[in-house]
Design a protein around this ligand. Structure first.
Ligand code: F6R
Length: 614
């Protein structure tokens, strides 16, 4: 939530900052702002609405040339998304400009204190108090780095702060606690960003920062300390993707591009994770085989789409390993005082690696001595850094706010984990594991088949443009697919959509069925006779009550034909792997319907890509 950019070097700061904000806009798009240092004073501009509004404002009234600056794209927490509440915020004498991502929890007390001392605060934000505090600290002597350290020691909550001091055009200073920040290391220039997309155009060398650290960048140097000023070290890494991955590449939306990247993303997620003979090798699982054998319970924590990946994982993990597996929303987890021991494996699934709810869940789990394994897409992010082990999903940057390739590769990582546990614990024979691995290797080609058939789904979307409500039904591993189909439609098309386990219909939801209500039905493969047949009965029941059925069923499954108003064939895969193919038409459908309705697919209203506040 919120995108932050900082720059010092030789280029025009306004260009670097605006370009960085464009690449980070998916993190928040309520308002945007920029500040640069111009001959001992701060020049800044900020505008409510999308970045385009700010760009227009600075095209009409250009900012002065400067080689140092910062910028922000906002997802509002404190105060409405208007011009005044937009960042940057300035100190009382306009000496300091500061941007912030997160929530300062003790801001009310600090605001009272500032007002008692004669400060005039212009906005409703928690951020402005940090700008005033840093400036007040500078007035007491010292430099921006030490002022930032002092102020951070007083702040509670989650924050990434980036600041500049009009009287010191050599440095940009930033700090982080519980919110993301990375440094981009260039030649004669350095960068700060909420993630590497902010500076990927200029450098792929990055520095990951730890918790409670302050970083000072100048043209030629990067210095890291803790909040007490003691020297600290960041972790350097090379970003393994480049600018092309952060561009739309001819697609209308990042989301559509990311849907079509899924065959490659899934192949990359599988790459190097098994031998030719199908023996799993997950080098990043830094928990010993002995410890994995002692695991007596798995708890998956995640939010939103990632939680649905966890629901799919539960079916696979319990089936392959016979270890009880629960799936829980991260934000519910720690508040129910869960029973955890050192033999509990907590699996945190997070595309961004920054979701505050999931981060707090794993901190709680580690505090109770459970082992934590992260499944994550973002190198250098906080959740894997604070976990005992990590399986990276290797999907490449996901920029569309609605998760697509992130979801598929999370499921792949979960399957790999389940098979690895089965291998280590001997709950499946080697040839059984190898046979699942062979099926997984075929998935990229299956997804491609689904994508090649996208016109069928696009035509369907055209016919459902005026739908007021859409339901999704599934059973077993198809149930989380139904939930995911509904979530995609809600967040992109803003229409009422709900996913149900088909068996639950008769316990209430069937009352919603009325003439022509569109219902997507994910039918399990025929191999699982009982499940398959029960799903067919459910389809018959809703059709008898007037529903318009859109049936996703295995190619060649003629039993469904009489009950399908629209039939979408799925490649033949084992039941447990069916979510990997069944979700593709649901992603395409939501993307296409939202496009037809004229919505911004990449930046749906009220949302932000990475939810860094609880
Ligand atoms: C929906 C979506 C969200 C995320 C959720 C968790 O399309 O993207 O529901 O899945 O906010 O985010 P991560 O995986 O980054 O923890």
């Amino acid at each position: 939530m919120c995108g932050i950019v900082g720059y010092v070097g030789e280029k025009q700061a306004r260009d670097v900052v605006i370009e960085g904000l464009r690449r980070l806009e998916y993190r928040g798009y309520d308002s945007a702002g920029i500040a640069v240092i111009d001959g001992g004073s701060i020049a800044s501009d900020k505008k409510a609405g999308k970045l385009a509004n700010l760009e227009k404002a600075i095209a009409d009234d250009p900012l002065p040339p400067s080689t140092i600056g910062l910028g922000h794209t906002r997802w509002a927490t404190h105060g409405a998304p208007n011009d005044v509440n937009a960042h940057p915020h300035l100190g009382q004498q306009r000496r300091v400009a500061l941007v912030h991502n997160g929530i300062i929890e003790n801001f009310a007390a600090l605001r009272d204190e500032l007002e008692r001392n004669g400060h005039e605060l212009l906005s409703e934000t928690d951020t402005e108090i940090a700008a005033h505090l840093v400036e007040a600290e500078l007035d007491r002597g010292g430099d921006l780095t030490s002022a930032m350290q002092v102020v951070c020691r007083r702040l509670e909550g989650a924050f990434t702060l980036v600041a500049i001091d009009a009287q010191d055009p050599s440095r940009v200073v930033a700090a982080r606690r519980n919110s993301p920040l990375v440094v981009g290391i260039g030649e004669g220039e350095n960068f700060l960003g909420s993630d590497v997309a902010a500076f990927i155009e200029y450098t792929r060398e990055a520095l990951e920062l730890g918790q409670d650290q302050v970083v000072t960048i100048t043209r030629d140097d990067v210095q890291v300390t803790d909040f007490d000023g003691k020297p600290a070290a960041g972790k350097r890494y090379h970003v393994d993707w480049d600018l092309s991955a952060a561009e739309k590449d001819g697609y209308d939306w990042f989301m559509r591009k990311e849907i079509f990247e899924q065959p490659r993303a899934v192949a990359d997620a599988l790459l190097g994770r098994h031998t030719e003979a199908g023996l799993l090798q997950l080098d990043e699982v830094r928990i010993s085989d002995d410890e994995l054998r002692d695991i007596d319970r798995v708890i998956i924590v995640a939010c939103g789409t990632s939680n649905y990946a966890g629901m799919v994982a539960k079916y696979a993990i319990e089936h392959w390993t016979r270890i009880p597996c629960e799936v829980e929303l991260s934000h519910e987890f720690r508040y129910r005082d869960p029973i955890l021991t050192r033999n509990t494996l907590v699996v945190a699934i997070s595309q961004s690696g920054e979701t505050a709810d999931t981060l707090m869940a794993i901190r709680h789990a580690r505090g109770q001595k459970a082992r934590v394994l992260a499944i994550c897409n973002t190198n250098g992010s906080t959740i894997p850094r604070e976990s005992d082990a990590v399986i990276y999903t290797h999907a490449g940057p996901e920029i569309g706010v609605a998760s697509t390739k992130g979801f598929l590769t999370q499921m792949i990582a979960c399957y790999l984990l389940g098979l690895y546990l089965a291998q280590v614990r001997g709950t499946k024979f080697g040839d059984e594991i190898a046979s699942v691995v062979r099926e997984l290797d075929k998935v990229p080609a299956h997804i491609q088949t689904m994508l090649d058939d996208s016109e069928r789904v696009y035509d369907l979307a055209k016919t459902l443009r005026d739908a007021k409500s859409v339901l999704f039904l599934g059973r077993h591993a198809g149930f989380p697919v139904a939930l995911e189909g509904a979530l995609k439609l809600k967040e992109l098309a803003y229409i009422h959509a709900e996913g149900f386990a088909a068996g639950e219909l008769k316990h209430g939801p069937i009352a919603l069925i009325e003439q022509d209500l569109p219902v997507f039905c994910v039918v399990p493969p025929r191999g699982r006779d009982q499940l398959h047949d029960k799903m067919i009965s459910a389809i018959q029941e809703i059709r008898a009550r007037g529903a318009r059925t859109i049936v996703l069923a295995e190619d060649g499954d003629d039993t469904v034909t009489p009950y399908a108003d629209v039939l979408i064939p799925l490649p033949q895969v084992p039941t447990l792997l069916q979510p990997l193919v069944a979700v593709i038409p649901l992603q395409l459908f939501a993307c296409e319907l939202a496009t037809a309705m004229g919505h911004d697919v990449d930046q749906p209203r009220n949302l932000a890509k990475s939810v860094t506040v609880e």
